[in-house]
Write a protein that binds this ligand. Structure first.
Ligand code: ADP
Ligand code: MG
Length: 329
């Protein structure tokens, strides 16, 4: 029952952004280093994600579309140590049940790619040979074509695209080593090369968060040797934060999270040193021993539970305090 509860996912497909999130996480899990995301009409008409990951074996292609067909958990204990981003084994099945899906893949070391096609649960084309380099392309068309009621819940194209873009931004900020291209209606929205130096990392943050953020922020890099905690990233100066209260990205061991303890600690430190009542803008990375944090609190995993929340809170508070204290006017 515990396993069942922990992996109970509910509906994963709420809007185009949730499709993109699941597909990108699969690509990352497959070791992809280059991700091409093409969408039309905010993803409602088309979402095509091409990766250069390990690919899917011919015999596993149809299986990948069936419920609970994860290749990622083998035993209950694995949940404790789960490193891969996805672990529920139903994303592809859910997406394929509400759209027209084409899955094309060439497995690492194989000289042939294969393709399957489904339309709302029904297999519409037999497994067929295809042309594709190593990796996988998932092409999803006509989201909710067979569930018009759910289609009605979608917002304007503009809003849906903002949600979708946000998913890409979060991943782009969590994996500097991976290249991302996002196109909307054939227009390039983000083109991000892998960043393996500080300068390149800042260039990526500038293109994801806007150049003004990097120009008006302070670099954070604090190590606590004793507790093994590390906080790095950027915190916006009040000049910037005034206008960009929603630019708040916090990653724990590479995973974007929202957490009250974290928000409180950053805000308190900021308000303490600078102006009261200001919402700081930040892109911050907390790295700590995985045993000190439980990421399986919620299936979408935007939530975490710190085993020693006081320690984490105080560390974040002190780190931010120190960094911004240095430049206090
Ligand atoms: P989960 O990610 O939870 O295992 P999914 O439904 O998202 O479940 O995917 C099912 C399976 O399909 C994965 O476990 C993986 O083996 C395979 N798969 C899906 N997408 C990719 C991809 N882009 N590259 C390689 N394998 C993939
Ligand atoms: Mg998945």
């Amino acid at each position: 029952p515990r396993l069942a509860n922990q992996i109970a996912a509910g509906e994963v497909v709420e809007r185009p952004a949730s499709v993109v999130k699941e597909l990108l996480e699969n690509s990352i899990d497959a070791g992809a280093m280059r991700l091409e995301i093409d969408v039309e009409q905010a993803g409602i008409k088309l979402i095509r994600i091409r990766d250069d990951g390990a690919g899917i074996e011919k015999d596993d292609l149809s299986l990948a579309l069936s419920r609970h067909a994860t290749s990622k958990i083998y035993e209950l204990e694995d949940l404790e140590a789960v490193n891969s981003l996805g672990f529920r084994g139903e994303a592809l099945a859910s997406i394929s049940s509400v759209s027209r899906l084409t899955l094309t893949s060439r497995r690492e070391g194989s000289d042939q790619a294969w393709q399957v096609q489904t339309q709302g649960r029904d297999m519409v084309a037999e497994l067929a040979p295809a042309a594709h380099p190593q990796g996988t392309t998932v092409e999803m068309r006509d989201l909710f074509f067979n569930t018009p009621a759910r289609r009605k819940f979608l917002k304007t194209e503009n809003t849906e695209f903002k949600h979708l873009e946000e998913v890409v931004k979060r991943l782009a900020l969590s994996r500097f080593d991976v290249a991302f291209t996002l196109k909307h209606n054939s227009r390039v929205i983000h083109q991000l090369r892998p960043a393996d130096s500080q300068v390149e990392a800042e260039r990526r943050v500038a293109s994801v968060c806007g150049p003004a953020f990097i120009e008006q922020s302070l670099r954070v890099d604090v190590n606590a040797e004793a507790s093994g905690l590390r906080l790095s990233g950027w915190i916006g100066l009040p000049t910037f934060s005034r206008s960009q209260a929603d630019l708040q990205y916090f990653f724990v061991n590479g995973r974007m999270i929202r957490d009250k303890i974290v928000t409180h600690a950053v805000r308190q430190a900021y308000a303490d040193v600078l102006y009261h009542g200001r919402h700081p803008a930040y892109v911050l990375y907390l790295d700590l021993d995985p045993a000190l944090v439980d990421v399986n609190v919620h299936p979408t995993k935007h939530e975490v539970r710190f085993r020693e929340s006081r320690l984490v809170h105080d560390f974040i508070f002190r780190s931010i305090h120190r960094v911004i204290g240095d430049v206090r006017p």
